[in-house]
Design a protein around this ligand. Structure first.
Ligand code: AMP
Ligand code: MG
Length: 317
């Protein structure tokens, strides 16, 4: 096994040579390419089978990189960056001419974040270039939170995977759009409304509103996403009645009704950390569907976990 320094070096060399490389982050693993290598950017879409209308997020290692990548960096955006970076927050900002339209799906804006995973941050700082990196999974499927998930997802690909252990947060970043008078939450994530509100109070910006967009307003937000290999059923009831089972059979068109339930820890942060690995594990079982019922004793902010689970569900009953 090569030392971590060799691995970092390989990741850096591959990215500089215009190859793809899977990178660990504190949210989920990403499939990265240098932002200024258009061929490599196209390859991300090809490998993931991702539609071109779904924009990629740029990852940076230093705040100064913002200058090269964006046209406008308001005081509010700078305040958010200083408060939450490195960390699980993506900001949607006006893009500069240096950012290729393929990255932004033709939009005038670009999503940018500085991840906090130490290995990833070191790689990005050594590289001295932003990388575009969507989650390292096939389009619409469950995001990977450990290196082995990526090997299983792409058995025919030979891009290098920088192994940084299990992602500590386990779900994708919060996507925000800071405006003059408001912060729009385009995708809920590990940084919730409470933290944003506390930030606004701390900097005497309480007049700024926080709005939650219906996900349809953000590009790349499909009704179905994050889907496990075995269909997931979201149920309001902890025990499935015979009419529930009938409805599942009819809607999912399954011949058997073997199932297992997704049991998440009641704390929202712990639930997020294990969510995707548990969905992957359950998908290996000889069952016809996975079943999830929100825990009655749930603690903390479940907004982001419920967002992912509702999109991952094939059926809600
Ligand atoms: P992922 O595949 O997890 O990296 O997710 C990237 C997501 O970030 C996209 O699907 C969009 O929802 C969001 N995103 C990226 N860039 C933009 C942008 N310029 N405007 C709005 N949302 C964006
Ligand atoms: Mg994704």
């Amino acid at each position: 096994m090569n030392s971590i320094w060799h691995q970092l070096d390989q990741a850096r060399t591959d990215l500089s040579d215009g190859k793809l490389c899977a990178i660990p982050t504190e949210t989920v693993y990403g499939l990265a390419a240098r932002f200024d290598h258009p061929e490599a950017i196209l390859k991300i879409f090809e490998v993931k089978e991702r539609p071109f209308f779904d924009p990629l997020i740029l990852h940076i290692g230093r705040l100064q990189q913002i200058e090269e990548l964006t046209e406008e960096f308001s005081e509010l955006a700078e305040g958010l960056a200083k408060e939450f970076w490195p960390g699980p927050m993506t900001m949607v900002l006006k893009k500069s001419l240096k950012v290729d339209e393929r990255i932004t799906a033709g939009l005038e804006t670009v999503g940018i974040r500085m991840p906090s995973h130490p290995l990833c941050l070191r790689l990005l700082r050594n590289l001295r270039s932003a990388v575009a990196a969507p989650s390292a999974n096939r389009f619409g499927k469950t995001s990977p939170t450990r290196a082995s998930h990526i090997r299983e997802e792409f058995p025919d690909q030979n891009f290098f995977i920088l192994d940084g252990g299990d992602s500590s947060l386990g779900i994708e970043s919060t996507v925000l759009r800071p405006d003059k008078q408001k912060i729009q939450i385009l995708r809920p994530g590990p940084i919730g409304e409470t933290q944003l509100r506390a930030f606004l109070v701390k900097f005497e910006l309480s007049h700024i509103e926080i709005t939650t967009e219906s996900s349809q307003h953000s590009p790349g937000h499909m009704k179905h996403h994050y889907q496990p290999a075995i269909p997931l059923v979201w149920s309001q009831r902890p025990v499935l009645s015979s009419s529930d089972l009938e409805s599942i059979q009819r809607n999912l068109r399954v011949s058997n009704l073997r199932h297992k339930s997704l049991d998440l820890p009641r704390d929202a942060k712990l639930a997020a950390r294990v969510l995707y690995s548990q969905l992957r594990e359950l998908s290996q079982a000889p069952i016809d569907f996975i079943f999830f019922c929100p825990p009655l004793d749930a603690e903390g902010d479940w907004t982001a976990v419920y967002d992912r689970l509702s999109k991952a569900s094939s059926l809600q009953i």
